[in-house]
Design a protein around this ligand. Structure first.
Ligand SMILES: NC(=O)c1ccc[n+]([C@@H]2O[C@H](COP(=O)([O-])OP(=O)(O)OC[C@H]3O[C@@H](n4cnc5c(N)ncnc54)[C@H](OP(=O)(O)O)[C@@H]3O)[C@@H](O)[C@H]2O)c1
Length: 296
């Protein structure tokens, strides 16, 4: 396999490039390949001649997208479509990452791939448009929806909680949004598995892949603080708050749970339990003493 990864400096891009690949892998960050630039895409594909492209590049600033919907669409819809078309033209496979935010979160069970979409915000609309653009441009593309991604690097909820624990006495976290935290390292393993599986015509084009189990943000924060305390570190008092009471310009789905059985039944791909994954990521953060980000 010759694997080309876009968005190589993001959480999932970095996790993919940290894995051993049978063959060759190349990662291109935004500075080397802007996926809105058709000419740059064509040059990158001609230079490396990938057999598979994984698109980990995206406009992921959910709040900023609300006032910059065109910017989000340029990357998440048009850019993703350009990349998929170029991969198809070159005869390369294509794996694209999408999100639980394509759903409105009003169902009371985990979402299956065939459920109606209905994004609540601009980011979600741009990602749904990207799914359609990719599926239209590449006949064998796989679109993988995931949720609540975090890693030991980057801007994410887990690192924010670890940073807040150092400075705050009390932290408020939302209790009434449920989903599955997904460790970028585990997602990357599954994405690579999917990239290696030669897609047959009858295989599903859209798959859900998220950490196993479900939690509220409050429960995730509680698990983080419990681990910090078990290591003798300071942790704040955790207070629950409803999403409605949380100041945000953006509506988010209440139910972000994705039913991941199709990926397991079709490819044998399933991600570990979210608590186990969280422990591994926290160990990486705390043992490596990764520099903490500014607060989200
Ligand atoms: N994070 C989550 O909670 C979450 C949840 C569900 C699904 N997803 C999806 O998972 C995928 C990976 O997300 P992630 O968490 O790894 O996000 P991330 O850490 O924000 O990484 C995305 C990367 O894409 C880059 N990028 C932005 N615009 C680009 C462009 N025009 N051309 C090339 N690269 C560009 C970003 O660079 P800059 O930093 O320079 O902008 C960043 O390095 C995305 O498709 C995202 O929508 C994420």
């Amino acid at each position: 396999m010759r694997l080309l990864v876009t968005g190589a400096e993001g959480q999932v891009g970095q996790a993919l490039l940290a894995l051993p690949v049978a063959g060759a892998a190349k990662g291109l960050g935004r500075a080397e390949l802007d996926i809105t630039d058709r000419g740059a895409i064509e040059r990158a594909i001609a230079d490396f001649a990938p057999t598979v492209v994984i698109n980990a590049a995206a406009y992921t600033a959910v709040d900023a997208a609300e006032s910059d919907e065109a910017g989000a669409f340029a990357v998440n819809a048009a850019g993703a479509g350009l990349l998929a078309a170029a991969a198809a033209e070159a005869g390369a496979g294509f794996v694209h990452i999408s999100t639980d935010y394509v759903f409105d979160g009003r169902l009371s069970r985990p979402y299956v791939e065939s459920d109606a979409t209905g994004p609540l915000n601009a980011y979600g609309r741009s990602k749904r448009a990207g799914e359609l653009a990719v599926l239209d441009a590449h006949p064998r593309a796989s679109v993988v929806r995931t949720s609540w991604v975090y890693a030991a690097t980057g801007r994410n909820f887990v690192r924010t909680m670890v940073a807040l624990a150092r400075t705050r006495e009390r932290v408020q976290v939302v209790t009434d949004q449920r989903g599955a935290p997904t460790y970028a390292g585990d997602l990357a393993v599954a994405l690579l598995g999917l990239a290696q599986a030669s897609a047959r015509d009858e295989d599903p084009r859209v798959l859900h892949l998220a950490g196993s189990g479900a939690a509220s943000w409050f429960e995730v924060a509680a698990a983080i603080f419990e681990t910090l305390r078990a290591r003798g570190l300071k942790a704040p008092v955790l207070e629950g708050v409803s999403a409605a009471a949380w100041p945000s310009p953006v509506q988010r789905p209440q139910n972000s749970m994705l039913d991941c059985r199709l990926a397991s039944e079709t490819y044998g791909l399933a991600l570990p339990d979210w608590r186990d994954a969280l422990r591994r990521c926290l160990q990486e953060i705390l043992d490596d003493k990764k520099p903490m980000p500014g607060l989200l």
